[in-house]
Design a protein around this ligand. Structure first.
Ligand code: URA
Length: 218
């Protein structure tokens, strides 16, 4: 069990072995200017190493991913300045995005998007958005940005409810260049705040090296 962040991260800094190729940032890809990647601190690298490790237990996975989500939210505050506070809400893309909700102390909405079996396109199945969302900044939550299909659909839903594109911040732990390109080529005014940009997608559209299926019960 991990007692405190400080003790925990200090121990990791001392004892941590350098990860092999798992945490190497993707230096060959430079994202567009509306993408903010968390600074590569020792703490972030340690947290990512733990959540990528298939031997990490559920409790530690949740502890470490929550810590990264907090860093993403703090980075969002930093990027948007003080006026941002008080006028925000969160919207999670179900189901994986729901794991990011508890770190936020704001009103939360939900969007469920799934692949339509006939068209293979992302389809909206359910949405419940906070009242007055059109006047708020929206922290859109989904831990893994893979192809970008679901988040593009979610952004369409938000904008059809009057949310301005430049008031959307999409927070995710790990992003693939393919997903970043898909989202930013359509939307250049919103912001993507990510923990790490990985190398690519595999043939099953999973992020490499990624962390496998974020929502899979351990
Ligand atoms: N969702 C996941 O959980 N993992 C990926 O790599 C891509 C999407």
């Amino acid at each position: 069990h991990l007692d405190s962040i400080n003790c925990f991260t200090q121990c990791l800094w001392i004892f941590k072995k350098k990860p092999k190729d798992k945490s190497t940032n993707n230096h060959t890809y430079s994202p567009p200017s509306n993408v903010v990647c968390l600074p590569r601190t020792n703490q972030l690298e340690s947290l990512l190493t733990i959540i990528r490790d298939e031997n990490t237990n559920r409790e530690d996975f949740i502890f470490c991913s929550d810590r990264i989500i907090r860093l993403l939210v703090e980075e969002g505050n930093e990027v948007n300045g003080v006026s941002f506070n008080g006028k925000i809400c969160g919207v999670s893309i179900m189901r994986a995005g729901e794991a990011m909700e508890k770190v936020l102390r704001v009103r939360i909405g939900k969007i469920l998007i799934q692949r339509d079996e006939e068209t293979a396109q992302p389809k909206l199945y359910y949405s419940k958005l906070p009242p007055g969302i059109e006047d708020r900044y929206v922290l859109l939550l989904d831990p893994m940005l893979a192809t970008g299909g679901s988040v593009i659909k979610a952004i369409e839903v938000l904008m059809s409810h009057g949310v301005k594109e430049d008031k959307i911040l999409f927070l995710n732990l790990i992003a693939a260049p393919e997903g970043i390109q898909a989202v930013t080529s359509k939307y250049s005014k919103l912001k993507i705040i990510t923990g790490f940009i990985d190398q690519k997608l595999n043939e099953k559209k999973f992020i490499l090296p990624g962390l496998g299926d974020f929502g899979k019960p351990v």
